[in-house]
Design a protein around this ligand. Structure first.
Ligand SMILES: Nc1nc2c(c(=O)[nH]1)N[C@@H](CN(C=O)c1ccc(C(=O)N[C@@H](CCC(=O)O)C(=O)O)cc1)CN2
Length: 286
């Protein structure tokens, strides 16, 4: 049997309609969610993603500012901009596009963003809240993974989820979110022995390692849900995930494509976080 393809683009579009409806209701109360995106340098992929974020804001009726800074921008200049955005009342969400140029310390920059405006969910306060299960702004790609699974009608509670990858941006937070949804979670990484044997026990397999087509059918239990977080540019210019899509198709029960799977959810979850931050910041003012 061929796996069911999880259509991330269609799910993302449906969520955007819901966000648009809620934004219109807020507008009637005089609240317009505001997002500031900061891009340092000329990374081609980052430029595309920042453009997509700007477009999503326009589409949904958000206020947006995009700060495109030269690659030579100093850390002090970037921190001064963040300080200003932290205090700016029209801005409810601040996102610094990653990766940053090598001379800038990513951690110092993330730590400088007000936790209340941390729509990327990368600030230590947001991460801490995620781990202890308190309400917080969730990192966008991991939140998108959970939303994709739930909206496909797949039960997470009681399932064995195996996450391949332990990055701060995807592997660790998605593991915490799966745990919060009552899955039994195993995290695999580059030093894991017998990774394929472990992965083969997963009901839900999430792959985020940044290696094109590295995970094939030998890692997949028949009927498993396979979520591919990787986006790799191949030599021919095409995109490929970390999962060998064609190879797992006859084994998995569900699989996300690349492009059109997890990727589109990332920006939609960012919009959802900005809306949430706007509501919370306004409520805190009253
Ligand atoms: N500050 C952040 N930086 C980065 C993040 C992030 O969440 N916060 N994630 C990625 C890049 N990213 C958003 O910023 C992102 C990546 C991919 C997509 C997406 O829609 N991908 C499409 C394919 C797009 C293409 O043709 O290249 C897909 O998978 O279908 C959206 C956003 C790193 N940096």
């Amino acid at each position: 049997m061929t796996a069911q393809r999880i259509e991330g683009k269609a799910i993302s579009d449906a969520i955007r309609i819901e966000i648009g409806e809620e934004t219109a209701k807020l507008a009637a109360q005089g609240i317009v969610p505001g997002l500031a995106v900061v891009l340092v340098g000329e990374d081609p992929a980052s430029k595309v993603y920042v453009g997509s974020k700007e477009k999503a804001c326009q589409q949904l009726g958000f206020y947006s500012e995009v700060h495109r800074l030269e690659a030579s921008t100093t850390q002090e200049e970037l921190l001064a901009l963040i300080d200003r955005l932290n205090r700016q009342e029209t801005i409810h969400g601040i996102l610094v596009q990653l990766p940053l140029p090598k001379h800038i310390d990513e951690k110092s920059v993330i730590d400088a963003i007000s936790a209340a405006k941390d729509v990327d969910g990368f600030h230590p306060v947001s991460v801490g809240n995620l781990v202890i299960g308190d309400d917080s702004l969730l990192p966008c790609t991991p939140a998108g993974v959970i939303e994709l699974i739930k909206r496909t009608g797949i039960e997470i509670a009681g399932k064995h989820a195996v996450v391949i990858g332990r990055s701060n941006i995807v592997g660790k937070p998605v593991s915490m979110l799966l745990l919060r949804e009552h899955a039994t979670v195993t995290i695999c990484h580059s030093r894991t022995a017998n990774m394929a044997d472990i992965a083969k026990t997963a009901d839900i397999l999430v792959v985020a390692i940044g290696k094109a087509k590295a995970i094939g059918s030998a890692f997949v239990k028949p009927g498993a849900v396979v979520i591919d977080v990787g986006i790799n540019r191949l030599e021919d210019g095409k995109l490929a995930g970390d999962v060998d899509y064609d190879d797992v198709l006859d084994v998995a029960g569900y699989v996300t494509p690349v492009p059109g799977g997890v990727g589109p959810m990332t920006i939609t979850m960012l919009m959802q976080n900005t809306l949430k931050a706007a509501k919370q910041l306004h409520a805190a003012k009253e």
